[in-house]
Design a protein around this ligand. Structure first.
Ligand SMILES: [Zn+2]
Length: 325
């Protein structure tokens, strides 16, 4: 079952395929979903502009005997490059309309089209939290490299409707901020299936980051989104990475517990230290590259700011900013 769940191309049911597209990151694949309705196909998420990803799509079109212009719609669950990066290439190929939440459409522009402005804010955030110049430069370099992987740019429309016909049936659009501020999930109520994006993943925990241009309270947003999903009694989730999730509420509880444990650990480490120092201690055992340090630091900051909001710790307005009990 596990193996089948991780296959590169599987038919989930009549008119729905799950497609693993390679990404040059440790998660190895982003899972995209091809849904067929009366007028053709809708593609949910696309992958990153990466040679192996484009080759994988060509193979999938051939294997399923789909002509690219049968795809009339491309929906992006959230703006992160592994989901949005090939949208422009795919749009050129298919002439499909591309859709994203308005919040993430704007965040995409800030992160990848106005990246000079974004770089100033990122440098400032990292510097304020005690990240040394060498690592700041490496992180900014890495961000600049990612920008190349989301081109050509797609023309993106903002999603405003509440339901979407993906496979001949209505899927309810759920706003699930946290992993990104404009993250969307799609929920099929008759079968209790969730097209989850990166909201819930099996085995790995979605990254929750404090980042310029995003929410001031990403962890609070994410925990609230998890609680909202729990109310729906979802029986199966189709995520953007890793295997299909059958025990959804159990996984939601595990994710909540993971963040509670991490909050406790981070609160213990907050003894007149900067965010950078605390991240360094938290991830001391791991060998991280600049890309992973960016996640480690921004995720630590999301937890620290949550603890400040909860009045568990204090933020001292010094240079760098310090956190303490
Ligand atoms: Zn992802």
């Amino acid at each position: 079952m596990e193996k089948e769940h991780l296959s590169r191309l599987i038919r989930l049911k009549e008119g729905i395929h799950r497609i693993g597209i390679p990404v040059p990151f440790p998660v190895k694949y982003v899972y995209c979903y091809l849904m067929e309705n009366e007028s053709g196909y809708t593609l949910v998420d696309t992958g990153l502009n990466y040679k192996k990803a484009k080759a994988a799509w060509e193979e999938v079109f051939e294997e399923l005997a789909i002509k690219p212009d049968d795809i009339h719609t491309i929906i992006i669950t959230h703006f992160h490059p592994d989901h949005s990066g090939l949208a422009g290439w795919m749009q050129e190929k298919t002439n499909a309309n591309v859709w994203m939440s308005d919040t993430d459409r704007k965040m995409f522009q800030l992160a990848f089209m106005k990246n000079d402005i974004q770089a100033i804010d990122v440098n400032k955030l990292l510097s304020n939290h005690g990240v040394n110049e060498e690592l700041r430069k490496a992180i900014l370099n890495n961000l600049e490299n990612i920008t190349e992987r989301v081109q050509p740019y797609a023309t993106v429309n903002s999603i405003t409707k509440k339901n979407w016909n993906l496979d001949g049936r209505a899927w309810r659009i759920l706003e699930t901020p946290g992993h990104s501020q404009g993250h969307l999930c799609f929920y099929q109520e008759d079968e209790n299936i969730l097209l989850a994006g990166d909201m819930i993943l099996d085995k790995i925990t979605p990254n929750i980051s404090l980042w310029p241009g995003g929410s001031d309270r990403p962890l609070e947003d994410y925990l609230n989104s998890l609680k909202d999903l729990k109310q729906l009694s979802i029986s199966r989730a189709w995520p953007g990475h890793g295997g299909i999730i059958d025990e959804v509420n159990k996984r939601i509880d595990e994710l909540i517990e993971h963040h509670e444990n991490r909050l406790n650990k981070i609160a213990d480490l907050a003894t007149q230290k900067s965010g950078s120092e605390i991240a360094g201690e938290l991830f001391a055992e791991k060998e991280l590259n600049a890309h992973q340090w960016r996640f480690a630091i921004s995720e630590t900051l999301a937890h620290l700011e949550y603890l400040v909001d909860q009045e568990k710790i204090n933020r001292i307005a010094s240079n760098p900013i310090l956190y303490t009990k």
